[in-house]
Ligand binder design. Sequence first.
Ligand SMILES: [Zn+2]
Ligand SMILES: [Zn+2]
Length: 336
Amino acid sequence: MRPDTPAAHITEAERLLRTAAQYPGDREPLYLRAAAHLELAGDRPGATALYDELLSSEPADPHLIRALKAANLWEYGHEAEARAIIEGLRVARPSDAAPWEIAAETLEAHDELEEAEATLTQAARLLLVSPDDLPHATRSLITTRHRVRRMLALPHDDWDALADRLHTGAVPLDELHDPKRLWSLGSEDPAELQAEIARLRSELGTYRTALSRPFPVAVLHWPERELDELLAAYPELEAEYPTYTAHLTDIEASLRELAQAGTPNLGIVRATVPSYEAFAASESTHPSNADLLPQYATTLAARARATAWPPARGAECWCGSGETYGKCHGDAVTLR
Ligand SMILES: [Zn+2]
Ligand SMILES: [Zn+2]
């Protein structure tokens, strides 16, 4: 992990913008990620400029970009413009959950809880047609809706119950989202309570940031032929990848570990030797440098090259064996 400082975020944004110049076809996901880093560095006008540049050139996902732009604008004093963009999104009714969720979380972040709830309910009505096999973004949306409704002390409805059922974290959702959790501390001191509320808010804030960014955390998969070629060219990397079978087992194990730790939005990116060599060259280093591997994975994910993990029920395994996931790497017994 790189240090979480403004300077580190600026450096990362610059690296992503350089990659965008190299791969113009992947400009949109790379710009979105660069903008996220600029926001984290506090350069909000810089992030707005990237959103505007994308919006002016027929982007693939204009709703998502507008939602991110609204969230960013509201953070530096452009509330009216942000509200107008969110209104526009609600009228446009995007068919993907991410822009809805970002718009609602923006309202929530500025204490417009009723408006946030109304936005999430409108989205749920539109998107939750079949509650089986919901995409990650839709599951995330009903989790956010559950949180906002808990803050408003609304009774559970069917979608809240579904959010509870889908939640896999160690702490049950009702506890995680319980505003009354504060009272169980038994404190009568208003200052202490205020401090606790602030702490809880920042905790939710971190959770929110993790959820609203549509970028997957991705693990590298080298297809067998690529791995053979890689190790023949750079035998120094054999320590990372003793055998192809072990490589596959490692991928599944690390993803399960990340999922258990509550990391949302996981994915797998397919590595190839030529693209890895090009990446090493762009970073002015040698491909045998194993430190480069996680950065290469991040860059592929930033270029929207990740396939979501776990595969949908009954779908083929991510490893390419042709078996269903449940009979291949998704088999609970294979790892334990
Ligand atoms: Zn619940
Ligand atoms: Zn498999």
